[in-house]
Design a protein around this ligand. Structure first.
Ligand SMILES: Nc1nc2c(ncn2[C@@H]2O[C@H](COP(=O)(O)OP(=O)(O)O)[C@@H](O)[C@H]2O)c(=O)[nH]1
Ligand SMILES: [Mg+2]
Ligand SMILES: [Zn+2]
Length: 218
């Protein structure tokens, strides 16, 4: 008997992600898909990015978590439209979850949508959601071996923010190795060294992002 191999889970997701993308294009919404392990600083980066860009763009946020609304509550405090996706145990956000979340927004009033994915260095990188770019954080306490251990996320991301640079004196993080190994996986990866605590390095991130959003909106 011939064995039929079904690979349509990702195919179906790609289709839905493409439909999301068409919708975002129609409304000229630039979308970033923010990924990292739990605790690397995604929500802190979202907060910093909102404060830096809220005068220039109408921003909205989708927060993905297994349960609860801690992160969405943090964003709502900034008075930014936010939707929480609870995956109920699921370890990533997929295209369909984004599609289901979108009716909660007035898309005609958004320029820039930030999606904070579920904290996980593995499968979020496999699922398109209709984003313009995937962005990842790696924080210094996690160690410099992560590019070699979790290559896909580094390959799929357009930019890598190495966060918690302020902790460098206290952790054994080989910054040069982390950068070298990341670039070996993805030679065009844009790397920023930042601290969401002290704000060090964030100006460059904001400038890069602004260029991307403006180029898209033209
Ligand atoms: N020292 C230091 N702590 C940070 C930095 N960025 C975030 N944190 C802290 O790390 C913890 C996790 O941050 P959070 O933004 O919630 O990470 P998320 O789980 O990836 O969304 C919080 O206690 C933050 O205050 C940083 O650059 N330096
Ligand atoms: Mg978070
Ligand atoms: Zn997953």
């Amino acid at each position: 008997m011939k064995v039929t191999v079904v690979k349509n889970v990702l195919d179906a997701n790609d289709r839905i992600a493409a439909e999301n993308r068409e919708l975002f294009d129609r409304h000229k919404i630039y979308v970033i898909n923010l990924m990292s392990s739990p605790g690397a600083g995604k929500t802190s980066l979202v907060e910093r990015t909102i404060v830096a860009l809220r005068d220039n763009y109408r921003i909205a946020v989708i927060e993905g978590d297994i349960q609860d609304t801690y992160d969405a509550d943090r964003i709502a405090k900034l008075d930014i439209p936010v939707v929480q996706i609870n995956t109920g145990g699921g370890c990533h956000i997929d295209g369909n979850m984004i599609r289901e979340a979108l009716p909660a927004f007035d898309l005609s009033k958004i320029d820039f949508l930030i999606v904070e994915n579920v904290g996980n260095l593995v499968c979020p990188a496999e699922f398109k959601i209709g984003e313009n770019v995937k962005i990842m954080l790696l924080s210094t306490p996690e160690g410099a071996d992560k590019p070699s251990k979790y290559p896909l996320m580094f390959q799929e991301s357009s930019a890598l923010l190495i966060n918690k640079i302020d902790l460098m004196p206290y952790v054994d993080f080989d910054l040069e190795k982390a950068k070298r190994d990341s670039l070996a996986l993805h030679k065009d990866l844009k790397i920023f060294e930042v601290s969401c605590k002290t704000a060090a390095g964030l100006d460059e991130w904001i400038a890069w992002l602004t260029r991307r959003i403006d180029a898209f909106k033209k």
